[in-house]
Write a new protein. Structure first.
Length: 453
């Protein structure tokens, strides 16, 4: 077959790879299948790419354990990881990376160990092993710095930032994101560094999420718009979907629901057209919550329930956030029992997974639920809002702190505790005004007027 396609080997690497695999020509099979996987990934055909990389890994397992073979086995698993993530088959990622870690350690190959550790931290976070994820991510960056390896430092910063964000360390996540943005200028903005997408895009997306959580919306919008410009220049579907979704989530937290709707719909359309289950889970949940806050509950609940179902099936590091959003949507639709069930589950899950930001949001929602009971729920509501506010203050989550003041002010206004109501509502309006959260400012001002009239 190689003679048949001698002058067009690159065009037929898929057939050559599978032919070599069937003929047990393992060295050729591994080489051709990795080329075929790379070719498929280049056109965003990630399921096809994953199949090729999986067969390449199998082929390499049949070869003698020489150093070069083991190096190829590690690299093939890294390629496979990217394809599996993009195609939504995340369950197998952790085991492949643990084997890659073992192989890198057996060789004493620090460069490959750092690359594996950065990605392993992501996989551990997905499984809810946050402490291990942090350890892996920090190890990756420490090795990268020691080796003075710039591409590795970029990769390590990228995934350490994500791990920090998932654990509620938004300041740490912001530091990692800014470090990459400052380093990735000029042509480096579109460089992929062996990853699915340019870190200049992905770092900005995760930075935008973290900035939104601490209320730095102006900077977040600027960086989110930069992410969209770079993604448009690169013209990769995953990058575009992530960039639209990143700024869409910022607008959601800020309360600019029309802008959030526009961006999240574009993101979800890209994610579904190109079959990116991981992204479609994130952005269908966010879009569902936009609909809930906008009063379109019939559109909201199916999107949120679908996101929960997908997250349960493939695993997801923002699962507790989706449960909080679904709980709030259920509360708004009058399904209080379901709302309480989802909120309690979100709190339990975020605690188990070490997602401190998620814990804070869950506590706030439990406060909202308790407030519905009026006088009888005051103590429980105060405790829940108090837990939320303590965590949110520690983590710098200013929008959530403002929401807690709004919730407490509304609660006290209902229970004839006017002075306390005014104090909390005044604080909420001040904070919302400072962060230019107009949707929420209007709600706080309306509550304040009702409470003082």
């Amino acid at each position: 077959m190689e003679r048949l396609y001698a002058d067009r080997l690159a065009e037929h690497v898929e057939r050559l790879g599978h032919h070599a695999f069937q003929g047990e020509a393992w060295d050729k099979a591994a080489a051709y299948l990795r080329q075929a996987g790379t070719k498929a990934a280049g056109r965003s055909a990630y399921r096809e790419a994953a199949t090729c990389f999986e067969r390449a890994v199998d082929a390499l397992a049949h070869l003698p354990e020489r150093r070069d073979t083991i190096e190829h086995a590690i690299d093939a698993r890294l390629d496979l990881r990217h394809a599996l993530v993009a195609s939504g088959d995340t369950r197998a990622v952790h085991d492949h990376l643990r084997e890659a870690e073992r192989l890198a350690e057996s060789l004493g190959d620090q460069r490959r160990l750092a690359a594996v550790s950065a990605l392993l931290g992501w996989a551990q976070d997905l499984r809810g092993e946050h402490e291990r994820a942090v350890e892996s991510a920090h190890r990756a960056r420490a090795i990268a710095v020691e080796l003075r390896d710039f591409p590795l430092q970029v990769t390590a910063n990228l995934f350490l930032g994500l791990t920090c964000m998932n654990g509620g360390d938004y300041r740490g996540a912001i530091e990692c994101g800014r470090r990459n943005i400052q380093a990735l200028t000029g042509d480096l903005m579109t460089e992929r560094f062996g990853l699915l997408n340019p870190p200049a895009v992905t770092s900005r997306v995760w930075l935008v999420w973290s900035l939104a959580e601490i209320g730095e919306f102006t900077e977040g919008i600027e960086i989110g718009e930069e992410a969209m410009r770079i993604a448009t220049a690169v013209d990769r579907p995953w990058s575009l979907a992530a960039a639209y979704g990143g700024i869409g989530q910022l607008f959601l937290l800020k309360g600019e629901l029309d802008r959030a709707l526009s961006m999240l719909e574009r993101s979800l359309e890209h994610s579904e057209r190109w079959h990116f289950p991981l992204l479609s889970t994130i952005y269908s949940a966010a879009l569902g919550y936009v609909h809930a806050l906008s009063g379109r509950l019939d559109a909201s609940l199916p999107l949120l329930e679908r996101a929960i179902e997908q997250a349960e099936r493939v695993g997801h590091y923002r699962y507790s956030q989706y449960l909080v959003w679904l709980s709030h949507a259920c509360l708004l639709s009058g399904r209080k029992d379901k709302a309480a069930e989802h909120a309690e589950r979100a709190l339990e899950l975020s605690r188990t997974r070490g997602e401190r930001g998620g814990q804070a949001w869950a506590h706030r929602l439990l406060g909202e639920l308790a407030s519905e009971a009026g006088v009888e729920g005051v103590t429980t509501a105060k405790d829940s809002y108090g837990h939320a506010m303590t965590l949110a203050t520690e983590l710098g989550m200013r929008p959530l702190v403002a929401h807690c003041h709004l919730g407490l002010g509304t609660l006290f206004a209902k229970t004839a505790r006017g002075d306390e109501a005014r104090e909390h509502l005044t604080t909420a309006t001040t904070m919302y005004r400072e962060m230019d959260m107009r949707y929420w400012l209007e709600k706080a001002e309306a509550e304040n007027e009702m409470g003082t009239s």
